[in-house]
Structures are given as C-alpha cells and as structure tokens.
Design a protein around this ligand. Structure first.
Ligand code: SF4
Length: 351
C-alpha cells in the first residue's frame, strides 16, 4: 500500500538523475560513493567526469592512484577515493572484472557498507534490500514517530526491519528511489507541506504535532583542532620553484601533496612564530632563509577535525644544498597535475 502510493508519487515527481538511467553496477557504485561526499548537483559533475575518464572498471583499475586522487580532488575524505581504486583493482584482478551480484558479495568489497550494498543490489539487480540514507531516516521516523536517534547501528537495524516489510519486492529499485526522493523533495528537514501530504492521515509525527522534533539526531561529535604551519619555500630568480611533499599513510589526506609542514598540538604564540619557523627551516635545510614572512591564516573544517593553518613564505637566494628526502623541488605550475587537499588548493589559487 505505502509502496504503491510512494512509487506513484515518484512517477510524477521523481528526479531524473544520470545514474538512474543505467543498471550497470559499476556506474551505480561510482555514483553512490561520490554521493556520500557531496550534494546531488555537484555529484552529477563528478559522476560525469568519472565515467568519461574511467568508462569501465578496467580503466579505473589501471589508472594510477595519483590520477584517481586528482579526479576526486575537491570531494574530501580521500580514503573513499583510495578504497574506490583498491576495489576496482580487486574486481579486475580477482573477480575477472565482474561486479558481485549478491548483497553479501557487494558488502564484502572494501569501502562498501550496508547502504551502498543495498543501493547497488536494488538498482542494478532488483534485489529487495532497502536503502537507508538521511532522507529515508527522516521520512520513516516521522511516519511512525520513532524517537531512536538516527545514524547508529541500533537505529539502522530498527529502520531496516520496518523497510523490509514495506519494500516492493518486484521493484525494489523504484521503491528505494521513490522513498529517497520523497524524503528529499517533500518530507524535508523544515517547511514541509504536511497538510497536503499524501501520508498526512497515517503520519504519526504530523498527527501528534511532532514533525519539527523528528528525527532525533545523535549528539554531534566534538571536533579536534589541529594546527598546521605550512612553508611556501622559494629560491633563486625563478619565483615558480617550490618544495612539496606527500602526506604519509595513517593520517588525513594520505597520498596527497602539500607544502612542507610543521604540525603542533597547540597554537604557537604570536611572539614565538618567527623564531619557531626559522628553527624549523634550519633543521630542514641547514641554513636560514634570506627573508621570512607570515602569510595567510586559513581555517579548514573536516567532519571530525578543524584544521587551523598558517602559511609562512620563505625565500632563499639559491636552492639549499641539502633538503629532507621527503621534500621535492617542483615548478609551481606542475602542482596543478598533482592531487592536493582543498586547503592547499585554496592557498595556491591565491598565488
Ligand atoms: S505529513 Fe509531513 S512529516 Fe509526515 S510524511 Fe508527510 S511531509 Fe513528512
């Protein structure tokens, strides 16, 4: 009953999205991983870019990690891009280039959780697995006046049970698209037109005047602050020479390129900035620069961290004779071809 009603609504009001016009699991997987990172409008541009750049899973598997990170640049959370690449290689090398066609098989892929497995299973193979994203959580929690905080393992199980009973077993693809679109377009976070809603009579949140209170969200995770002091180091007569290094494994932005960095656990007091920067440059190069300026302050917010960055600008008369092995001299124009974080991209675009 609910399934028919919502699919009928979708046939009139659903969104035309490029990944809904295909049942190719590779394209659907790409779209789902991209959409975990961005809104639909921006996601379409990235999706089109990826399927043009890597039209088959073999193309993605055979690309270099740097190339994939570069294609991903601007979406953030780069571990998703690395998982995408690892999974493509795994499917090509171990599964003969064929995507798994069961929910369990999909779930076993790196970077594929329950939501993504259900999306690919239903959209590509019409298997009856419900998708549960923020829009579905909102609609269902209001429809049944559920007060369990959303986004937890417990709430996922609870909502999955409800949706397993609601899903259209013949057209789970349509049902899932319908319920996500209804949550996104009609049962919006604020300002939904409940009086004219097709579910107004059965919606418990509307009947009880609790629409604005649901869904219940988890308390926000407290953000950690990190202090990044970057060094824009130039030398000689060519102002385009600069040092870069690659981020190490086990931390944010692994594999991306950045300027030489000093990270501290607390902000360096203003009066010690210059001395600390000089000491760091001396540690790296064995000589102090001819000039040192304190440049741009930037704040960069990530899901669980806030990066407070300050950029120093140092100038040497000639290239220092020795530099740490991890640092590489490069022409600033060549950085454009390398994957960098949005923070570094913002800084360089101002140069
Ligand atoms: S009545 Fe309002 S809260 Fe309930 S499903 Fe419709 S739009 Fe959502």
């Amino acid at each position: 009953m609910l399934a028919k009603k919502i699919i009928d609504w979708y046939s009139e009001n659903g969104r035309n999205l490029p990944w809904r016009e295909t049942s190719n699991p590779y394209y659907i997987w790409l779209s789902e991983i991209i959409l975990q990172q961005t809104r639909i409008e921006q996601g379409i541009a990235y999706y089109n870019h990826f399927i043009n750049e890597y039209p088959t899973i073999e193309c993605l598997a055979h690309a270099s990690e740097e190339q994939v990170l570069k294609s991903w640049q601007g979406l953030g959370y780069y571990s998703r891009a690395r998982n995408l690449h690892t999974t493509a290689k795994y499917i090509v090398n171990n599964l003969n280039g064929t995507f798994p066609d069961t929910y369990e098989g999909l779930l076993s892929l790196k970077g594929v959780g329950k939501y993504t497995a259900a999306a690919i299973a239903s959209f590509a193979y019409r298997l009856p697995y419900p998708v549960i994203d923020g829009n579905v959580y909102r609609f269902i929690s209001r429809l049944y006046a559920i007060h369990t905080p959303i986004g937890t393992t417990q709430s996922y199980k609870e909502f999955e049970l409800i949706l397993n009973n609601l899903i259209d077993k013949e057209r789970p693809d349509l049902f899932n698209q319908s319920i996500m679109d209804f949550g996104s377009i009609y049962c919006k976070p604020i300002g939904c037109d409940c009086s004219n809603c097709i579910f107004s009579e059965q919606c418990l949140a509307f009947q009880k005047g609790k629409v604005a209170l649901l869904p219940i969200k988890r308390p926000p995770v407290q953000k950690i602050e990190r202090y990044f002091y970057y060094f824009d180091i130039r030398w000689g007569d060519n102002p385009e020479n600069i040092f870069v290094q690659q981020r190490p494994p086990g931390d944010i932005w692994h594999g991306l390129f950045e300027l030489p960095l000093l990270e501290t656990t607390k902000p360096i007091p203003q009066k010690e900035l210059r001395k600390t920067a000089m000491k760091k440059l001396y540690d790296w190069f064995g000589v102090i620069p001819d000039t040192l300026n304190t440049g741009e302050n930037m704040v960069h917010k990530l899901t669980h961290r806030t990066i407070k960055a300050l950029f120093f600008q140092a100038k040497y008369a000639s290239k220092p004779i020795k530099n740490p092995e991890t640092m590489h001299p490069i022409n600033i124009n060549d950085i454009k071809a390398l994957p960098v974080s949005r923070l570094i991209d913002r800084y360089l675009s101002k140069m």
